[in-house]
Design a protein around this ligand. Structure first.
Ligand code: G3P
Ligand code: CA
Length: 286
């Protein structure tokens, strides 16, 4: 079986991440799924954006959590990428997407699609992020047994094991994806922006989260392991053991054919990529 391909933040190699253009391109590229990072706004809305702050991907500044959805919609989330948006995408093409907007876009495609939602932590709202997401999905008509919302299959990802355990109370095991990666400097910087904790102490906390996440996967309390490509390179035998034990493996972010073939050789079933069309090509005819 060729791997299941998720477009990471949409086809974010082609268009600005988390935009209408990136997600429409993902559908055009034939991705079976799309990945999306979510944060909560000041007024409790779920929005599709990776960073806790606005500087990198918008023309605004400050924290996402300090703004309302209406304020965030005033920002341009496309131009930073330096890639024009195709004509005909409408006036909203440069606006940030709420999760509800993304759901409309996916449902309008009229075809089965997998939606992998990453709950971004540390969040200043703590695990209220998980509560808000479940409440939102229930309102939309999501089925908590199958995790289907019409033709959209929702899965849930986080680096934070507490997020997984909280979600496990409402979400079936086969759509829970514990992300694992060795602690990166960027994660430390992101986490430090929420408190005055010393860097050494923070690294210790994040390493503990990694260990607890690995234990959740080992005990098969969650159904999907989400390792970084580097983590797979560092621990190929562990990855193969997880697959042997019946855990699905969703690796990120796989952007070259060479890496895709390496992962497929280990038996990895799901890839997250910025370039779905390129990665599909690697498996054409298989
Ligand atoms: O798919 C998981 C991956 O997206 C996690 O890392 O930083 O791209 O959200 P990041
Ligand atoms: Ca992500």
């Amino acid at each position: 079986m060729p791997p299941v391909i998720f477009a990471h933040r949409g086809s974010s190699g082609t268009y600005a991440e988390h935009t209408r253009a990136a997600y429409l391109q993902a559908l055009a590229d034939g991705a079976e799924g799309v990945e999306c990072d979510v944060h909560l706004t000041r007024d409790g809305q779920l929005v599709c954006i990776h960073d806790t702050t606005l500087e990198r991907t918008t023309d605004g500044s400050g924290d996402v959590a300090d703004r309302t959805l209406a304020e965030l919609r005033m920002l341009d989330v496309c131009s930073w990428k330096g890639v024009g948006i195709p004509a005909g995408y409408g006036d909203a093409a440069h606006q940030l997407l709420a999760l509800s907007d993304l759901l409309v876009l996916l449902r309008e495609s009229g075809r089965p699609i997998k939606l992998a939602i990453e709950l971004k932590h540390p969040s200043p709202f703590g695990l209220r992020l998980e509560e808000a997401l479940i409440a939102f999905l229930m309102d939309e008509g999501w089925d908590p047994e199958s995790s289907m919302l019409g033709l959209v299959e929702v899965s849930f990802m986080s680096f934070n094991p507490d997020s997984m355990l909280q979600l496990a109370e409402s979400v079936p095991h086969h759509v829970l994806c514990q992300l694992v990666a060795d602690v990166s400097p960027q994660e430390v910087r992101d986490a430090l922006s929420f408190g005055s904790i010393a860097e050494g102490a923070l690294i210790a906390i994040m390493q503990r989260a990694l260990k607890e996440g690995e234990e959740l996967i080992d005990r098969q309390e969650i159904g999907i392991a989400g390792p970084s490509l580097q983590y797979v390179r560092d621990h190929p035998e562990r990855i193969q053991r997880w697959i042997h034990d019946g855990v699905r493996v969703r690796a990120w972010t796989v952007n070259t054919e060479e890496d895709a073939r390496f992962l497929a050789g280990l038996g990895v079933q799901e890839f997250t990529t910025d370039y779905p069309a390129r990665i599909r090509l690697a498996f054409e005819g298989n």
